[in-house]
Design a protein around this ligand. Structure first.
Ligand code: 5GP
Ligand code: ZN
Length: 153
């Protein structure tokens, strides 16, 4: 029964009007976009774990996968898999992680559904990953390489 369902806690909850990823999806906030269609958008993470770390989102606001239209959930992960091929090709990575956090307990910080695509090198094996800061021109070059790889796919 719907009324008895357990809720997911997220202190970062915001309405669509104040949501950064909604603003990115609407083109009101800058980002390095690698893919966009009517339903989904993919852009570089501003504070990446590795070069090419990309976030794949539904454009419609919702905090967790439970808030998504069921018909769009499959497409989100399909796109993440497709983007991962382009990210790995563009970065020369040896592997990749797909990660999707739901709720604060799962370390979700931005309360708009997103799948992380994180390319990894053999040198990352067995080690915790730190965030890396890239210059704007490096982010632009990386996003351009991913867009190019996606166009070839
Ligand atoms: P979460 O922990 O919610 O799964 O991940 C949120 C991700 O969004 C983090 O990796 C963070 O670096 C990224 N992020 C937060 N704010 C922005 C932003 O304004 N633009 C972009 N491109 N990424 C962001
Ligand atoms: Zn949103």
């Amino acid at each position: 029964m719907k009324g008895e369902r357990r809720e997911i806690f997220n202190s970062a909850s915001v309405g669509a009007d104040k949501c950064t990823f909604c603003k990115i999806a609407k083109g009101e906030f800058p980002s390095y976009i690698v893919f966009e269609d009517e339903t989904y958008i993919a852009f570089l993470d501003i504070n990446p774990f590795s070069r090419g770390h990309t976030l794949v989102c539904p454009k419609a606001h919702g905090e967790t996968v439970w808030d998504m239209k069921e018909a769009e959930i499959g497409g989100l992960f399909l796109l993440a898999a497709r983007v991962s091929r382009a990210v790995v090709e563009a970065t020369g990575a040896d592997g990749f992680r797909l990660l999707q956090n739901n709720g604060e307990a799962a370390n979700q910080v931005v309360a708009h559904v997103h799948v992380h695509v994180i390319p990894v090198m053999m040198s990352h094996k067995g080690k915790p990953m730190d965030r890396i800061k890239f210059e704007g021109k490096e982010m632009e070059a990386t996003s351009a390489a991913i867009r190019k790889a996606l166009a070839r796919a």
